[in-house]
Structure formats: C-alpha cells, structure tokens
Design a protein around this ligand. Structure first.
Ligand code: NDP
Length: 292
C-alpha cells in the first residue's frame, strides 16, 4: 500500500494537500487548530487526531502548511521526542534565512527537515500544473519523493541548502510581478487611448512569449559575463524607453515605472554598456545602489 502521511494545517492549501494524498490512496492523518476544517477530509477517509503530537506520531512523513513560521514553531516547539526520526516537510511560505534556522531547530530534535515552497494555487494541487520546490537533505527527499509526487507533477528538488526553496519562491514571484506590472502598465497606456484590455490581451500574450524565448540565450550571457548584442543594443532600447516615458506623460498615466526602467538603463549606458545586449542590465540588479 501507499505510505502513511500526516498533514498539519488545513487552511485552503493544507486541505488541498491532504485531499491530494487521499486521492492517491495514502493513509492520511490530519490536524488543524480549527477542527471543523477536517470534516470533509475525514468523510473521505482521513484520520483526525486531537493533538498535534498524535498527528506527528502517526506517520514517518509530516507535511506542515500553516500561515507562517511563527505558527509552525507554536505548534511543533512544545512537542518532545515524537519528532525524532521523522521527516518534516514544511510547505509554509517564508524566507531562506528562517528556513535555515528551522532546519537547525529540527536537527536538534532529531528530525530530518525539508523546506518547501508551493508555486501553485490550492486548486492546482495534485495536478500537472502544480510545482512544489524542495530543499534540504537529498536522502530525505528521495525517501519520500513517491508520496510528495501525489501533490504536484512538478515535484522539484533544488539542493541541500534549506534556503533554496524559499529563495526560488520569491525569485519566481518577482518575475511574475514584473511581468504582470508590465502588462498592467501597457493596459493603462492603451486604455487611456480607448483600447480595451481584452483587445490588447492576445498581443500581450504574444509579447510575453517572445520574451520567454529570449531567456535561455540571455541566461548563457549572464553566466558567461559577455553581453554581445544578439538582437538590439541597449542604446536602441533607451531610445524606445524615452518614447514610452513621453507617451505615458502625454496620456496622463502613471509614468513611474517607465521612468524607473529608463533610469536603470541610462546607468548601464553610463557604465559603458550602450553597445551591449540587454542582458548587460544584470549588473544593475546585482548591486543594491539606488536610482537617483
Ligand atoms: P489559510 O489562511 O487558508 O490557512 C492558514 C492555516 O494556518 C490554517 O490551517 C490555520 O489554522 C493555520 N494557523 C495559522 N496560525 C496558526 C497558529 N498560531 N496555530 C495553529 N494553526 C495556525 O492559508 P493557506 O492555506 O492559503 O496558506 C498556508 C501557507 O501556504 C502559507 O504560508 C501560504 O503562503 C502558502 N501558500 C498558499 C498558497 C495559496 O494559494 N493559498 C499558494 C502558495 C503557498 P485555523 O484553520 O485554525 O485558522
């Protein structure tokens, strides 16, 4: 049969995680502060325990998904030796520093610790669309990978450093927010000229796809530290950015993002990269200096 698993925390995400384990036939023990959230899972075969300790004791694999790390510690700190020998997989969102601290905390209690980050909404858990990232000891991941695969087709091990999953999480979110802000800025610009966002949407999708196709070659340049202009130079980009700033100002939409993008790029030109490709902009992101 399938390996027994425990899920602690049955918020929107925890319920989806427990549901996916049940769907794949894992004997699933659950615990939540608000017991009512377990009812439909119990109806599907889950076992609800009265205490967190009993839930931890029920399975070698313990998945925790609560609001934040303070809640994780509030729940697990009071437990005694029950954590000893278990694999704790913490899918609560946080920072890499706190993930590393929690790994040290778990080691003192004899638990193997994997930190994870969920790049999916609850509805996607258990489907091909879900990505969950893991970092920590490879042996613990390998041991429980079959069970963890019930949660996400995109079950991805990043490395031994416990901080990696949280760091990837914010890195991917940063990427997504930048793409979304670019879309919203473009939609505002076109909207000011009477173009519906829905009319623009197909072209926005095409534009995002074009940029997606550039990523691999730019990544190679970033890693090599050489920025030959494969398509256009930064000088050419700056001229177009100037048009964007002027259009934004003329249409009376927010020009902060266009100005910021241009200011960053102006600095790259000042640093001698006018003839380089856009990947040379990496240097503006590597250092903490502020645009003045
Ligand atoms: P919810 O707000 O739906 O659930 C929060 C859970 O944490 C509940 O089970 C709640 O218990 C529990 N909890 C909070 N504080 C405590 C505490 N002090 N003691 C005991 N239990 C506590 O959040 P989600 O399920 O959506 O999110 C959980 C984690 O998953 C977060 O870290 C979130 O960032 C991450 N995540 C969520 C995504 C999403 O789309 N929802 C996507 C990716 C990651 P109770 O039910 O009793 O209140």
């Amino acid at each position: 049969g399938r390996a027994p698993v425990t899920v602690i925390g049955l918020g929107l995400m925890g319920q989806a995680l427990a549901g996916a384990f049940l769907r794949e036939g894992h004997p699933t023990t659950v615990w939540n502060r608000t017991a009512a959230k377990a009812e439909h899972l119990v109806a599907r075969g889950a076992t609800f325990t009265d205490s967190v300790g009993d839930a931890v004791a029920a399975s070698p694999l313990v998945v925790v998904c609560v609001s934040d790390y303070d809640a994780v510690h509030e729940l697990l700190d009071p437990l005694g030796e029950v954590l000893d020998g278990r694999v704790v997989v913490n899918l609560t969102s946080g920072t890499s520093r706190v993930a590393r601290e929690t790994a040290e905390w778990a080691a003192k209690r004899g638990a193997d610790y994997l930190d994870g980050a969920i790049l999916a909404v609850p509805q996607a858990i258990g489907t091909a669309d879900a990505i969950i990232l893991y970092s920590g000891p490879r042996s613990a991941f390998d041991l429980h990978e079959p069970a963890l695969r019930s949660l996400a087709a995109g079950t991805t091990y990043l490395g031994e450093d416990h901080g990696l999953s949280s760091l990837y999480d914010v890195a991917v979110l940063s990427l997504m927010w930048n793409i979304l802000n670019g879309f919203l800025q473009a939609a505002a610009l076109l909207g000011a000229a009477g173009v519906d966002a829905a009319t623009f949407a197909p072209m926005a999708k095409t534009g995002i796809g074009i940029v997606a196709d550039w990523v691999a070659a730019y990544a190679q340049q970033i890693d090599d530290g050489t920025y030959a202009a494969l398509d256009s130079t930064i000088d050419t980009h700056v001229a177009a950015m100037e048009h964007l700033v002027h259009e934004s100002e003329a249409l009376g939409v927010n020009a902060e993002l266009p100005r910021f993008i241009k200011a960053l790029t102006d600095r790259a030109v000042a640093g001698g990269h006018g003839g380089s490709g856009y990947a040379a902009m990496i240097e503006q992101f590597r250092t903490p200096s502020e645009v003045r």
